[in-house]
Ligand binder design. Structure first.
Ligand code: ZN
Length: 390
């Protein structure tokens, strides 16, 4: 891969905190394959002293991510114990997209236990949106039936550096909203906020494994485009770079963006551009739902409707261009994709990989994970699981 023009995550030396987080992740990842390990096995796996391994285990036990069980006595000496992933705790993830919100409960294995539809966020009215979300979150917690370590929230919005406020969300028309405080007033749990692309990258990085990439880039496409980056060694330290990326001048200069300029990436691959031919052809359906509309357009394309075929071909062409440009700029070695294009089929992704590969003149860096478009909701749940309950 060529040297990136500008790297979003600048190289720096690994700190003690980076190392701790990396070792925690390696252990949790290992315990998904191997259900129970002793502290001595953990030390051997992580290549560290038993004392250091014991400290990592204690922290994960305190967060409710691990449980300890006595080991059957085999010979003389002190009976040991094994550690496994807990099934007693869960993280709650709230995924707030411009068109639709969902609430998920996620266990320490990264599996989604349940998912509830939480309606559509209100444009210009974050408080009403929160008031409608809260009963759905309480219902999810009741149905999940496990202790809650925390609530993670993924927002289709730009957040402040401390992840407390929504600074702005162009499509929701929310500005300077103290979202964490407002939600915390009704839900007495630890709460953390991130952008939806950042939540998706948390879940995707756990899916593909911390050892399988150096720099991961996630491209989230809904009404607009969001991008997040993370390094293998410190997945919680994600970087949302989407705010500006969606308004890079790469598209048709005649198309006006809601930011006031024209030719933005958002007007090229955003849902409005993709679905416009469907509206023009009078396709019936629920236009407020990106998933059902996208599936409808795919079904029409399979029936040979030429407008639908060209709609999907155009998206493939434009998306390949967008992924090529942002891969060149940011220099990731792996790329994941979320949002409405995830509703399309294997044929679409095979063609996309081919085009990106041809543009970059390298094998396609796109990884297709099993969790597909559930990544942002699952990642919000994992964010909830990363919180320590006081
Ligand atoms: Zn724009």
């Amino acid at each position: 891969m060529r040297e990136p023009l500008l790297t979003g995550a600048a190289p720096r030396s690994e700190t003690a905190r980076d190392l701790r987080i990396r070792n925690e992740r390696r252990l949790l990842f290992k315990l998904r394959e191997q259900p129970a390990m002793t502290r001595a096995e953990i030390a051997a796996t992580l290549g560290m002293t038993p004392m250091a391994a014991g400290r990592i285990a204690s922290r994960l036990l305190a967060r409710g991510l691990l449980v300890e069980a006595p080991l059957a006595l085999k010979g003389p000496g002190r009976p040991g114990s094994t550690l496994s992933l807990s099934d007693d705790w869960m993280g709650v993830g709230i995924d707030i997209r411009a068109h639709q919100s969902t609430v998920s409960c996620v266990n320490p294995r990264g599996q989604e236990l349940l998912r509830l539809d939480a309606g559509t966020p209100h444009v210009g009215d974050p408080q009403r949106t929160i008031n409608e979300l809260v009963p759905v979150v309480r219902e999810a917690i009741a149905q999940g039936g496990r202790e809650v370590s925390g609530i993670g929230v993924g927002l289709a919005a730009a957040l402040d550096d401390d992840y407390l406020h929504v600074t702005h969300s162009a499509y929701l028309d929310w500005h300077h909203v103290p979202f964490k405080k407002l939600l915390g007033e009704q839900l007495p749990y630890p709460i953390a906020l991130k952008n939806i692309a950042e939540c998706a990258i948390l879940a995707n990085s756990e899916q593909i494994g911390p050892a399988s990439y150096r720099l991961l880039m996630h491209v989230q496409i809904g009404v607009g485009l969001g991008i997040a980056l993370t390094q293998s060694r410190d997945v919680l330290n994600t970087l949302a770079v989407g705010g500006n990326m969606g308004h890079v001048f790469l598209g048709d200069s005649r198309r006006l963006c809601n930011c006031g300029r024209s030719g933005c990436v958002d007007t090229m691959v955003g849902f409005s551009a993709f679905s416009a031919p469907g509206r023009a052809h009078g396709v019936s359906g629920n236009w407020s739902r990106m998933d059902s509309t996208t599936r409808q357009i795919l079904a029409d394309a399979r029936r040979g409707e030429s407008w639908a075929v060209s709609c999907i071909q155009q998206l493939q062409e434009d998306l390949a261009r967008v992924i090529t440009v942002f891969t060149t700029i940011n220099g990731p070695d792996r790329v994941t994709l979320g949002g409405y294009p995830r509703m399309l089929d294997d044929e679409f992704f095979a063609g996309l990989d081919e085009k990106v590969s041809a543009n970059l003149r390298t094998p396609s860096p796109i990884v297709h994970t099993d969790i597909a478009d559930r990544a942002s909701a699952i990642g919000a749940g994992l964010l909830g699981l990363s919180l320590v309950r006081a």
